[in-house]
Design a protein around this ligand. Structure first.
Ligand SMILES: Cc1cc2nc3c(=O)[nH]c(=O)nc-3n(C[C@H](O)[C@H](O)[C@H](O)COP(=O)(O)OP(=O)(O)OC[C@H]3O[C@@H](n4cnc5c(N)ncnc54)[C@H](O)[C@@H]3O)c2cc1C
Length: 360
């Protein structure tokens, strides 16, 4: 007789909610807990990549994301306030059925995932924090902030970079902390000229300021300086600052993605810079892979497969960050030369677009 699995997911970010959706749509019992009192109204990730859109088609989430998001097929590069070139993102044959990056604030992506999870019968318990995990021969006991002991067959730790699940497993999270401070500003602004493109401004000394549209007249400005808006060399008619903040970047990955009956996914397992916009998409891929493995009874291969995939993404993201933020004038000149060539040599332009859209 087949026994129904019961899985606890710790964390209602994009990774945990994707795991919930992908399990629940296959009729596998999943419950999500999150220590926040309510869903976060703020966005970190803005770009949803083609592979994630393909992954979320089966649950019906993708059409909801497409309805709300902005499709980007262009990047514009500036040196200071001087436009150097516009680079269309074009490929001969779209992979996964999409040839654009979908811009959407992370809180709205999470809302679409949560609605789908609840629609499949799942439940998210906010205000419930994982305090401890105890692995037994045939299950896992999760102790919560409400003083309860919850028994599950398996636990998925999708509880972000400071993961309690990871800490309870005693798994190393090796890597480095980058010294520089980065900053973001989410703003409402009118008449921004690049409403349907990513804007990348090279500043002196390896500094950059990037603008990504989040919605109609709503933008994310991000920079490797302390004040993103002040660093932006282009005039922006800001009508409202929704939030400003600073953050540090760590580049880390766990040595293993699981231990016995507990699995790690998303930022709990890896973190890196936002250059390339891979973090959330990597978490969605971890979660979808793990859910499929639960359904197929193949969870044993999860750790090795996702560790290898994550290591590739981290290496590429770090390479892109170093190139983008290099203070070396020769390296900057070479980047510019590569971009100029890509803007006039179609095969190079397609190769670059392919990497931006589908690289992992
Ligand atoms: C400025 C910035 C821009 C970014 N832009 C992009 C982008 O464009 N594209 C992209 O793909 N990625 C981007 N990222 C990365 C992306 O935001 C993260 O990779 C993504 O949020 C990770 O999702 P997650 O669900 O794994 O973790 P999180 O989103 O961190 O969610 C973890 C959840 O777990 C909960 N939690 C934590 N501890 C506990 C506990 N003990 N018990 C219960 N709940 C707990 C938290 O409250 C939280 O809700 C960006 C990041 C930053 C900082």
């Amino acid at each position: 007789m087949e026994v129904a699995l019961r899985i606890l997911i710790v964390g209602a970010g994009p990774t945990g909610l994707t795991a919930g959706v992908e399990l629940a749509r296959r009729n596998i019992h999943a419950e999500v807990i999150d220590r926040r009192d309510e869903a976060s109204p703020f966005s970190r990730a803005v770009g949803i990549l083609p592979r994630s859109l393909k992954t979320l088609e089966a649950s019906g989430v993708t059409p909801k994301l497409l309805k709300q998001g902005q499709k980007f097929r262009m990047a514009r590069f500036y040196r200071g306030d001087r436009l150097l070139l516009s680079l269309p993102l074009t490929v001969r044959q779209p992979l996964h059925g999409y040839d654009f990056i979908l811009g959407l604030a992370q809180d709205r992506t999470e809302a679409a995932l949560r609605d789908a999870f609840v629609g499949f019968g799942g439940a998210v318990s906010y205000g419930t924090e994982l305090m401890a995990l105890r692995q037994e021969r045939d299950g896992v006991i999760a102790e919560t902030s409400e003083g309860k002991e919850l028994a599950f067959d398996y636990v998925i730790g999708a509880d972000g970079v400071r993961s309690k699940a990871r800490e309870e497993l005693g798994i190393a999270f090796d890597g480095i902390d980058l010294p520089e401070t980065w900053s973001i500003a989410d703003v409402d602004a009118e008449d921004w000229p690049n409403a349907n493109a990513f804007t990348v401004c090279q500043l002196p000394g390896g500094e950059v300021a990037v603008v990504a549209p989040l919605d109609v007249n709503r933008y994310r400005v991000i920079s490797n300086t302390e004040y993103a808006l002040a660093a932006l060399p282009l005039p922006m008619n800001v009508t409202h600052v929704r939030r400003e903040g600073q953050f540090k970047i760590s580049v880390r990955q766990v040595s293993q993605y699981s231990k016995d009956r507990v699995f790690l996914a998303g930022d709990a397992a890896h973190c890196h810079s936002p250059v390339g916009g891979r973090g959330m998409n990597l978490g969605i891929a971890d979660a979808a892979d793990l859910a499929a493995r639960f359904a197929e009874g193949a969870i044993g291969g999860y750790s090795a497969a996702r560790h290898a995939g994550g290591a590739r993404v981290i290496a590429q993201s770090e390479q892109a960050r170093k190139v983008l933020t290099s203070a070396n004038p020769i390296a900057r000149g070479l980047v510019l030369l590569g971009l100029r060539l890509a803007s006039v040599v179609p095969p190079m332009q397609r190769a670059m677009s392919h990497q931006v859209l589908y690289g992992e």
